[in-house]
Design a protein around this ligand. Structure first.
Ligand SMILES: [Zn+2]
Length: 114
């Protein structure tokens, strides 16, 4: 399995998990300070335009990342041009031209004949 996740996308994924955790903690009236500190730290490590996208989409209840599956965006189904896919494999930060989500790519290993 080969995973292509830009550092920024990795941080966005961590951020979304933490935001969901924070929501759960608040729902149960538990202490949230440590989770809030982690969220703040992650937010400060993201490029500003990415952070603004994340905040806008988060307020709308949308995820800010999407997996590329079979050359398509798993969120909206838009087809990725081959050049975009190649750039993702090289580690570039890419987003969907249709829905704007930031991409990550997980590829199964090629099966080799025995
Ligand atoms: Zn999309």
């Amino acid at each position: 399995m080969k995973v292509h996740i830009h550092e920024t996308v990795q941080r966005l994924m961590e951020l979304e998990v933490l935001v969901a955790r924070l929501r759960d903690l608040r729902r149960n009236y538990e202490t949230t300070a440590s989770v809030e500190a982690l969220i703040e730290s992650l937010c400060s490590s993201l490029p500003l335009p990415v952070l603004l996208d994340h905040r806008r989409w988060s307020a709308e209840g949308r995820q800010s990342v999407a997996e590329v599956r079979g050359q398509c965006c798993s969120a909206c189904g838009d087809l990725l041009p081959r050049m975009e896919l190649a750039a993702l494999r090289r580690g570039a930060l890419k987003r969907c031209a249709q829905c704007g989500r930031y991409f990550y790519l997980v590829e199964a290993d090629q099966l080799r004949p025995v």
